[in-house]
Design a protein. Sequence first.
Length: 454
Amino acid sequence: MGLPFLGIRFKLSFVTFLLVTAVIAVSSVAVMGIMDRFLLGELVKRGTSLSRGAANTAAFGLLAHDRLVVDNLVAKLKERQPDVLYVAAVDHDGIITAHSDLRKNGGRYEQKTPARVISRDVDGTMVAVSSRGGRDVYEFSTPIRFATRKIGSLHLAIDGVTLVDARGDARRMVALASGLILVIAVLASYYLAGFFTAPIKKLQEGVSQLQSGKYQGALTVKLHDELGELTDNFNQMAQVIVQQQDKLEEYAHGLEESYLATVKILATSIDARDDYTLRHSTRVAALSVMLGQQLGLHTEELRDLEVAALVHDLGKIRIPDKVLKKAAPLNEEELEMVRLHTRHGAEILSHSRALQRFVPAVLYHHEWYDGQGYPEGLKGAEIPLFAKIIAIADAYDAMTTSRPYRSGLPAAIAINEITRYSGSQFEPELVDLFVKSLGQPNHAIPQLMLRLSA
């Protein structure tokens, strides 16, 4: 299994997270900008409304020269609006008729130059913002009119902290909503990504099953889109592959049966040329497999060892009958002719690609552990393992089989002879295992001989 953060589902979720984050970030900036302008507009509307209402009421007090009415108006307005910093009613001469700070009553109103004018209405109300003590102050100036005549002006200032607090609350709400939307979007994208990647994961599992030879049947198709069509096509392809695999396995099994039958026929044909060596290759194969089992060879290795032993004397098919069946000891020329059977056997096997892997065992099964054998004088580790095993089995069967010019030796004497040549003709470790195998009460030779002769 791959790492989870490298899967398609994670990648889709991550890409969605980035896209949603970007959209939310841009949207939040836009929303906050709109919110700021809205809150500022609301503050301006409120301040303008307060200023105009107070100006209309103050007009009657100024005309009647009733300071008590104007003072009461200014005091009540300041009292009821906590964020109002000051309220001042000024007559047409610029004298403060009423001020929320009573100490300034009767003085001249000094209009400070605002930092920035926000708006100016047709009725003359002006809204400006200036900085005082490190914070913004929004100042509203509205003319006091009676009929069409201007008889003074009303000035009102609102602390900008109110707007700052409102903006802060709005930003926190936007941030909270954005975070909630982002979490929901990520969870939803992860779920949806799983919905889309589930068929892909099933396809991957199906491919792995096909590769491992453990295909468990068609995948369930629930979607009716491109993924569903792909899954359906995979099921059809997998069915064809499984059918082809079954046919190939059946064909391979048939070839293997034919191949083994051919090998057995070859071995039987060679042995049948001499009544005294009949079934010699079969017995050598059984002894070789027995020794291979003691070595702990795997099933496939034992099978190859068995076939190699069956064809180890294949080259004798080129030896004339007068030499092969001669009852008397062979002369030097005849011995040399017999020694060539290893090369002849290797040459015959080399023509078949399926049999080429048995060439080393056939070619070198008469090599000696000390290098005194033939055809190339190999020694020790240079000699292939199968050749070493067949050499011991071949020698044991040859000694225990009767010939026209001698009787077969008892098993005990043959074992002593093999032991005596341990380290010279045969590998010592293999000799020890071979003797140990023959010494067991129920060794595997009879069972293997029955299997091979079937």
